[in-house]
Write a protein that binds this ligand. Structure first.
Ligand SMILES: O=c1[nH]c(=O)c2[nH]c(=O)[nH]c2[nH]1
Length: 296
């Protein structure tokens, strides 16, 4: 029997980085969680404990902080590309890098109706994210968002599903549709206006969620992805994960009251989980873009 080392990677997970741009009285802040992960010729450390080729995870963490000082962080995709390319170019046995960045949003606190110069409140749970993969001279970018919570109070139906002996769900032609959008989209190339693209992808998904008269969350998922691919040529494919945040009508008949879609019980679990990918057929090859990322 022969035992061998299989695929492996190592790095520093969840480096918390906050930068303050203090070039004027109006401060700008960036609040990021950065994870780095390196691949390459790392057999020696696994097989014998020889660490000559191991760029310490502590050094990877320090590199994140030093890069944030040496030039402005900018868009998370650019920051992740700079870091990933650095690790691969500067360290001979490191052939690949994965850099994950989550961005936590802050709003300015309004004082007397005006945005304050240096005081902020956390915007929401929503996070913008990127996953950059570098392999030699090549690089792939998958960006996205998580926990974008949306709800529409009508314009959603669900009926026509099969009924077997376990079915109790009532058919409905008017229900609340609510979800927390997780979306990841793969870019074609790396020469992209990241900020504009993110803003537009997010807007397209929200507008479609709002305006589509939905017969299933699956239909809404596809329509949201399709809207993005139709309008944003820089996006090769998009993957969506949509938990169905069920809102059940409360039975008010014991109290002699009707309930005309006005009073709901918002259940937190279990929840339907609707997931899918929307692709264009002329997209560039995915290469290592999704390698080791969750499917959705
Ligand atoms: O939009 C929906 N899709 C389903 O697959 C499903 N299943 C369910 O119970 N409710 C819903 N709603």
């Amino acid at each position: 029997m022969a035992i061998t080392l299989g695929p492996n990677q190592y790095g520093k997970a969840e480096v918390r980085l906050v930068t303050v741009n203090r070039t004027g009285p109006v401060h700008e802040i960036k609040d990021l969680t950065v994870s780095t992960s390196l691949r390459g010729d790392l057999a020696a450390t696994h097989l014998t404990g020889d660490n000559a080729g191991v760029l310490a995870t502590d050094t990877q963490k320090n590199t994140v902080y030093a890069f944030a000082k040496e030039s402005p962080v900018g868009e998370i995709e650019d920051f992740a590309l700079r870091l990933g390319r650095h690790f691969v170019r500067e360290h001979g046995n490191i052939t690949g890098a994965r850099v994950l960045v989550d961005e936590h949003a802050w709003d300015r606190i309004a004082v007397d109706g005006k945005p304050h110069e240096h005081s902020f409140s956390r915007a929401s749970d929503e996070k913008r994210s990127t996953a950059v993969t570098v392999d030699g001279e090549r690089a792939w970018v998958v960006s996205g968002l998580r926990d974008l919570v949306v709800l529409k109070s009508t314009g959603s139906e669900f009926h026509g599903f099969p009924h077997d002996k376990y079915t109790t769900l009532a058919e409905t032609d008017d229900r609340i549709l609510a979800t927390a959008v997780t979306a990841r989209w793969r870019y074609q190339g790396t020469d992209v206006d990241w900020s504009k693209s993110f803003t537009e992808v997010r807007r397209l998904m929200l507008e479609k969620f709002a305006t589509l008269h939905s017969y299933s969350l699956q239909q809404t998922l596809y329509a949201m992805g399709e809207a993005v691919l139709r309008e944003r040529p820089e996006v090769a494919e998009i993957r969506l994960s949509l938990p169905n945040r069920h809102h059940f009508l409360v039975d008010l008949t014991p109290f002699g009251l009707s309930n005309d879609n006005e009073v709901f019980y918002a259940a937190d679990r279990p929840y339907g989980l609707i997931e899918g990918t929307v692709l264009r057929d002329d997209a560039e090859e995915a290469g290592l873009a999704w390698h080791t990322l969750p499917t959705f």
